[in-house]
Design a protein around this ligand. Structure first.
Ligand code: ZN
Length: 255
């Protein structure tokens, strides 16, 4: 069986409470060996850490997502620093980033994003970044901060040109269900021509539905659908893409 990795899935979310073990088993039956679970704010750090400590192959990342800044408090950054110091199992800072569609002052988002980038640099960890309609601002921040280990732009959607800017900064691009939609022409074109070593497969479960599964909960087993689409778009074999994906993941997060 081909070994697969879901580099971004929110397995701690309540959506999975009724059948989390079955969800993991279904994914493992399809060859998924590693699951990276990013967190979204101080309120779910404990849950994500607990999942990673309970399940083989599940890894934790800690961060503050721009969707969940309404109750943000500077003490959350201090707590994040504390966890990154004491919890040796954390493999990345994330997910966090910039989102111009969110109703929260953008200037403040920039500050909170920069603080988390600095924490990642200080703890020598890679980052998992969320970015919507703010690529220029995020690229500028990354140029300023100069991370030691880079990271991934989760749920990448955009042109090859934007993708290359991130790749030059030492970043990988998280590729998920978006590419299964024919209307995502620009992103499909980009993932067909960008270097294979810069792509990381992800589902963003329970979100980001795959074409044909809209309205249903997404789950890590569906990573095979993302792989199949990528195979068609790139004209490379599933084995080749999956193998590259495993080594990119291990190099970025587990080395
Ligand atoms: Zn996510």
């Amino acid at each position: 069986m081909i070994e697969l990795i879901d580099s971004h899935c929110h397995l701690d979310f309540a959506d999975f409470a009724p059948d989390r073990l079955e969800v993991l088993a279904r994914a493992k039956a399809k060859g998924v060996t590693h699951f990276l679970v990013p967190s979204i704010g101080a309120h779910n750090w404990q849950a994500v850490l607990a999942l990673a400590s309970q399940h083989q192959g599940v890894y934790a990342a800690l961060g503050i997502h721009p969707y969940f800044l309404a109750n943000f408090d500077d003490s959350h950054l201090q707590l994040l620093d504390y966890y990154l110091t004491t919890e040796k199992g954390v493999v990345a800072v994330g997910e966090f980033g910039l989102d111009k569609m969110v109703d929260f002052p953008f200037e403040q988002q920039l500050q909170i994003c920069k603080q988390q980038l600095l924490l990642a640099k200080q703890h020598n960890l890679p980052v998992i970044l969320h970015c919507r309609k703010a690529h220029n601002e995020l690229i500028q921040l990354l140029q300023q901060v100069k991370l030691s280990r880079g990271g991934v732009i989760h749920g990448f959607s955009g042109s090859s040109q934007v993708g290359m800017q991130y790749i030059k900064l030492g970043f990988k691009l998280g590729i998920g269900g978006v590419i299964t939609y024919p209307r995502a022409a620009k992103t499909r074109q980009a993932v067909s021509e960008l270097p294979l070593s810069s792509l990381l497969l992800e589902t963003d479960s329970p979100d980001m539905p795959i074409l044909g599964y809209q309205g249903q909960r997404n789950e890590p087993a569906n990573i095979t659908e993302v792989l199949q689409t990528l195979t068609k778009l790139r004209g490379e074999s599933e084995e080749l893409i999956a193998k590259a994906n495993v080594s990119t993941f291990c190099e970025l997060f587990l080395s």
